[in-house]
Design a protein around this ligand. Sequence first.
Ligand SMILES: [Zn+2]
Length: 70
Amino acid sequence: MRDSVDRANNLAQSEIDSLVAKRKVYTGKSALYCCQCSDPIPQARRDAIPGVSLCVDCQQEEEQRARHGL
Ligand SMILES: [Zn+2]
């Protein structure tokens, strides 16, 4: 009984580990997916802006927010 619970916990932990590992890839140089809305970021945009982590929509939102000093 206890064994199966431990095994379930180990399984959950390895799932979390792989999710964290995936997220690290997204926050690398140029993200494959927007870190705000998870939309795919087009290759052209990723090439044009090294280190980009937001899609066009979220980037514009972010810039507007910055302009208003929030
Ligand atoms: Zn986005």
